[in-house]
Design a protein around this ligand. Structure first.
Ligand code: BGC
Length: 768
């Protein structure tokens, strides 16, 4: 939970001068305040709370390196406050604070909604605290003595893009001596009754810079009456470009973004739907000028920059900047199969492209929402690449803010009420309420998250029991109403997006898992009665699941790959029938040409389920499959991120014509977890990696694999190489950690105590 932040009583909220309307954006407001500084200032801290987005300058220099601050929360309930150390920016005598205020999620477009979801126009509250060497404190605060004007930033919108006219800049606007007589007094805005807190999560920053891989394209080609450069940055990402240009005053650049190219080499933008994803920059003229948008981002690999060919324009430099939440890297996977290494990179980029203050489904089209289902299937894989603990503490607070009075969890967090705003996200979507805190607990040994979220889980479980369950069956067909997204985008639904797995089977499987997580959480939190209650409830749900869906010889009603994968993974079958269920799953896959038919729900579980029932060979066949549907199909066709659909693009059909066709959707990237834990063999055996299970499982065509992970106790690592009849292993056990080695069937090695440190072990094939 975020710590509360206070402002002095003299600070007032002040707001933008223009508001626009449901569809129309307006120029951003620029604020300035000049003030005198005592001679011996020792420390100066600038504290800002904004409804909207802001960037500050002090004496002509941009403060800090945060972008898109303060991020997205339910602004009707809370906003996060930033403290910036500006001591080094101050000078003796007159000083100036400048602040540019953008629309952002507060009042710009969100997804395909109209503008102004939370408020009509942005506003902010600011306080600069100055402390002298003698310990004297003074303050400069936001109030109506600030000056405001509208200027070069003509439009700024996360979904649409930015329009900036450099001719309208005021040189020196945030420096001393600037004449602001033509500016007006800043309008006071009502103080919102919301929590002002320190964010529990990391801020968004510019993280990586990409030069075009086709620099020759900076030389424009003639297109009709215009000139255009189509730049390829070699990596699909979320962010924006920064350009340096020289040219005539008033020449105007149009910058469009896209993830893919069409068959005739043009930017593919059909999948952006109503997102304009276009920036405009009008030159001031003369010296080279450098510009980067402030308050927008796009999902793109390619950018097309065009202008009227009669205007004199020279593009000197264009780079792409990847923006994402600042989470330290934690893990890395590699192996002898180049396509799998590219898949691992694509999975990591799924995170980088979509962990932008909240976990989004995709960063490019008019969506970019915190879809609960996507987040819960990917969360564990996320932690294997980046330290995602603070990020999810923040998002789970967003979830608590979004929970409805009756306990339902909306399908999108924060709830922007887009796409129909169902009461509850339904099976596998609203279950993020259990799975996300549980995974954070397991990966980091963090019981605080369970304590913070327990009540939210419990209330959701009550909601399900009262409204969505009959005879212990969740989404029982007799309940009626909407029954969730099913196995979203599965290939076994005869053309339907939700797949062929019965919704009540998915619902009941997840209901059992919810009871399990609640029971385990209650036990950890010392709530003994609750623990007993939820454990008993789970046993009853499992019984109901078996009665309704399981035949006596281990076959499942519905009979889909996802049904078997889920039943095995959530441990819903009698031990004696697991083998038969695993065999049936393997048979279904073989009968389908060694291909999956699973969607968002089944895909993350299928390889685990095969492995657990002795079908490692089939699991590897799926992992190495390159025909559609498979993970390597997109990789084979040059993907640098994970696609939303197995067949988002195929050589036969080209692009999927439906509007829902993202090329940066991390959900199917959840396979990353299996690559770490089974292919390389670095698996969690106790919360926070207090125990590690090294269980390398060489298979398929692989001859080596490795993984390393920064665990809460230090770095753990494994690397294996197959050399003829021997398996060479190098294991690193972090301090204060227990570890165990489980060799693949048929292999043996000298017994060794895996104490912290590095161990080299050579295993040999057991004589037959
Ligand atoms: C999103 C998904 C999401 C789904 C709900 C889509 O529009 O992009 O990833 O989970 O809707 O089924």
């Amino acid at each position: 939970m975020g710590e509360a932040v206070a402002f002095g009583s003299e600070a007032r909220w002040i707001g933008a001068v223009l508001s626009g309307g449901a569809k129309t954006g307006v120029p951003a407001s620029w604020f300035r305040k000049s003030f005198a500084v005592p001679a011996d200032v020792r420390r100066a801290t600038l504290r800002v709370a904004a409804l909207g987005l802001y960037e500050c300058e002090v004496n002509g220099t941009v403060v800090g390196d945060l972008v898109l601050a303060p991020g997205w929360t339910d602004y009707a309930k809370r906003v996060y406050v930033q403290d910036h150390d500006v001591t080094a920016h101050l000078q003796a005598g007159e000083n100036v604070i400048g602040l540019v205020l953008g629309d952002g999620w507060y009042c710009g477009h969100i997804a395909n909604n109209d503008r102004q979801l939370y408020g009509q126009r942005p506003q902010f509250l600011l306080e600069l605290t100055l402390e002298t060497a003698a310990g004297r404190m003074s303050r400069v605060v936001s109030d109506s003595s600030w000056r405001v004007a509208v200027g070069p930033l003509l439009e700024n919108d996360l979904i649409m893009g930015e329009d900036y006219d450099a001719r309208l800049e005021w040189p020196g606007w945030s420096r001393a001596g600037f004449d602001d007589a033509a500016w007006q007094a800043a309008p006071l805005a009502a103080a919102p009754e919301i929590a002002l807190e320190v964010s529990p999560g990391p801020p968004v920053r510019r993280q990586e810079i990409f030069e075009p891989v086709n620099p020759a394209a900076l030389q424009p080609r003639q297109v009709g009456r215009g000139c255009a450069c189509l730049l390829d940055f070699g990596q699909n990402m979320s962010g924006r470009i920064r350009l340096t240009v020289r040219g005539a005053r008033g020449a105007s650049l149009k910058i469009r973004h896209g993830e893919m190219l069409t068959a005739n080499g043009e930017l593919y933008t059909q999948n952006l739907r109503s997102a304009r994803a276009t920036d405009y920059y009008t030159l001031r003229g003369g010296e080279p000028e450098t510009w980067e948008p402030r308050f927008t981002f796009h999902g793109f690999r390619y950018a097309e920059i065009s202008w009227d060919s009669r205007a004199e324009v020279v593009l000197e430099k264009v780079v792409a900047l990847a923006l994402y939440s600042d989470m330290p890297p934690t893990g890395h996977f590699a192996c002898s199969h180049p396509l799998l290494n590219q898949l691992a990179s694509n999975i990591h980029w799924g995170l980088k492209g979509n962990f932008l203050d909240i976990p989004t489904d995709c960063p490019q089209r008019d969506e970019r929402l915190g879809w609960t289902g996507d987040a819960q299937v990917f969360i564990r894989t996320a932690t294997l690449h980046r330290d995602a603990r603070g990020f999810f503490h923040k998002w789970l607070q967003d979830m608590r803010d979004a929970q409805r009075a009756n306990g339902a969890i909306p399908m999108i967090i924060p709830n922007s009420r887009s796409f129909g705003d169902r009461e509850d996200g339904g099976p596998a979507w609203s279950d993020a309420v259990y799975i996300c805190p549980w995974v954070i607990y397991e990966q980091y040994g963090d019981t605080d998250i369970l304590a913070a979220h327990y009540d939210c889980m419990r209330r959701h479980f009550d909601y399900l029991t009262q409204h969505r369950v009959r005879d212990l069956i969740r989404e029982h067909p007799d309940i009626g109403g909407w029954q969730g997204f099913g196995d979203w985008l599965a290939q076994d639904g005869s053309g339907k997006t939700t797949g062929g797995t019965p919704h009540d089977l998915i619902g009941t499987a997840y209901y059992a898992e919810a009871a399990r997580i609640l029971g385990e959480s209650a036990a950890l939190l010392g709530k003994t009665d609750d623990a007993a209650h939820y454990r008993a409830t789970r046993a009853r749900i499992v019984g109901a699941f078996q009665r309704r869906f399981l035949t006596t010889d281990g076959l499942l009603f519905g009979g889909t790959q996802t049904a078997y994968a889920m039943a095995l993974q959530f441990d819903l079958l009698p031990a004696a029938l697991r083998g038969a269920a695993g065999a049936e799953l393997a048979r279904l896959i073989r009968a389908n040409g060694l291909r999956m038919s699973t969607g968002f729900v089944g895909t993350p579980q299928i390889l685990h389920a095969l492995e657990a029932t002795g079908h490692l060979d089939v699991a590897y066949a799926l992992l190495e499959q390159t025909e559609c549907p498979s993970w390597l199909f997109s990789v084979k066709h040059g993907a640098t991120t994970i696609w939303e659909r197995w067949d988002s693009w195929t050589p036969e059909k080209g692009f999927d014509p439906r509007g829902m066709n993202s090329f940066n959707h991390y959900a199917y990237g959840a396979v990353g977890e299996w690559m770490f834990s089974t292919v390389a063999g670095l698996a969690l055996a106790a919360p926070g990696y207090a125990r590690i299970l090294f269980k390398p499982r060489p298979g398929g065509s692989l001859t080596s694999a490795s993984a390393r992970l920064q665990t809460p106790r230090g770095e753990a690592a494994i690397a294996w190489t197959l050399e003829g009849e021997s398996l060479r292993l190098e294991l690193t056990v972090p301090p204060d950690t227990g570890a165990e080695l489980s060799l693949p069937d048929g292999w043996t090695a000298p017994a060794i105590r895996l104490v912290p440190g590095t161990h080299e072990i050579v295993a040999a094939k057991r004589p037959q």
